[in-house]
Design a protein around this ligand. Structure first.
Ligand SMILES: CC(C)(COP(=O)(O)OP(=O)(O)OC[C@H]1O[C@@H](n2cnc3c(N)ncnc32)[C@H](O)[C@@H]1OP(=O)(O)O)[C@@H](O)C(=O)NCCC(=O)NCCS
Length: 184
């Protein structure tokens, strides 16, 4: 399956959310997400001392398209105030594949919300829509990769039926990385 072709024009709607392809203007939200990341997230996924990635870097990444940028994720907009609160979607060859070595294990679900939108069930609602979309598209299995300290994320995946399939410690500093999967 070509994820890129699947992303072209995809729109998912839930009770409170709209999920749509990313656009360059989403870079502002991506920069906020980078800035808010937990200090336990590996440093290459956090803003560096040099301020990078800058807003311009993230705009360039979004402009290059989903596969090139690794930002091939649907933006999540709240219906009531039209605010973009994060992203949720599928990535190919995600961190679980890399950490475990061998062949990529297929699409991984990923999600991240601004802190102002957390704790209200939005991630579960968005991720459920992505799981249902994956099922409709004929995928048989989805993976996810989560740090073992990330209780909210583990809980979201658990609510969607994901179960742990592997565990690894890729860099020693960030704790265990848990690989989870759900059969669709
Ligand atoms: C993970 C994340 C997307 C969750 O978003 P959210 O909208 O707050 O999630 P939801 O409200 O749908 O569900 C969160 C669940 O975790 C639970 N939870 C929250 N904090 C928790 C904690 N410290 N310990 C245990 N459970 C916790 C909530 O109670 C809820 O479960 P419940 O419905 O059974 O009560 C959000 O916290 C986030 O963006 N974190 C930073 C980025 C990230 O970690 N992304 C995932 C990388 S794999």
């Amino acid at each position: 399956m070509s994820l890129r072709s699947e992303y072209d024009g995809v729109r998912l709607t839930t009770d409170r959310l709209r999920l749509r392809p990313g656009r360059v203007g989403d870079a502002v939200v991506h920069r906020e997400l980078w800035a808010e990341r937990d200090p336990r997230v590996p440093s290459h996924r956090r803003i560096g001392a040099d301020g990078r990635p800058t807003l311009r870097d993230l705009e360039d990444a979004l402009r290059s398209g989903p596969q090139a940028s690794g930002l091939g994720l649907l933006a999540v907009d709240r219906k009531d105030d039209e605010r973009t609160i994060g992203y949720c979607g599928l990535v190919e060859g995600g961190p679980g594949s890399a950490a475990l070595g061998g062949e990529p294990h297929g699409p991984e679900i990923a999600f991240e919300l601004l802190s102002l939108a957390q704790g209200q069930g939005y991630a579960t609602e968005a991720a459920r829509a992505v799981v249902e979309w994956s099922r409709r598209e004929g995928l048989e299995r989805l993976h996810a990769t989560v740090w073992s300290w990330n209780e909210p994320s583990l809980r979201v995946l658990e609510k969607l039926g994901f179960v742990e399939t592997a565990r690894t410690s890729p860099d020693g500093a960030s704790g265990d990385m848990v690989v989870m999967a759900v059969e669709l």
